[in-house]
Design a protein around this ligand. Sequence first.
Ligand code: SF4
Ligand code: SF4
Length: 204
Amino acid sequence: MNQTEATNKPHASANSTPVEKSDSGQGWIGWVFFSDLFAGLRLTFKYMFAKHITMQYPDIEKWQPYSRFRGHHFLLKDEQGDIKCVACELCAKICPSQCIEVIPYEDENGDRHPEVFDIDMGRCLYCGLCEDACPVDAIAMGSHFEFSTYSSKDLLVNKATLLAMPGKTEKGGVVIPASFNSDETVTVTAKNEKGYHWWDAIHR
Ligand code: SF4
Ligand code: SF4
């Protein structure tokens, strides 16, 4: 064996292994790529020939969110009609964007209540941490999602507004009859949810 052969053989052997590994890797990635491509095309064609759904929102229909939907906050009352919040300020402390302000007061029995309960909805992340942290289930995130506005000042909501907000939907994921009002609000016109189920209607 001359010096050239001695230096070339290990070099050739070192090159061959990475090339084989690379080929096998490309083949696997290629298989995954094409399988994803065909899965995507299959879904595209499925929707192309599916029943077309155009939700008539907001004029005559509206989507009812699922109960897990995190919309506008609302404050709850107990059986006696009193606000459940005990002004512990846990929600305000856990809020990552620090958009909740609670100022407590004590009544003649020494019970704490919120004197002020404000949320700046413009800064809220809708993470739901305030709802999770509340020890008495006094705050939750409801189904209301139509509160866009031209002024950020309108997104600063107080205790009275939060107490008047609608709660969670019992049955969501459906389209319900509604009407669009002149003041740009949407009213649900039928209490019984006779609307079609959104996803059921698409996936025939
Ligand atoms: S949802 Fe999250 S960001 Fe919004 S008020 Fe609650 S804790 Fe704060
Ligand atoms: S809403 Fe709940 S967590 Fe927030 S201050 Fe009231 S009792 Fe405490």
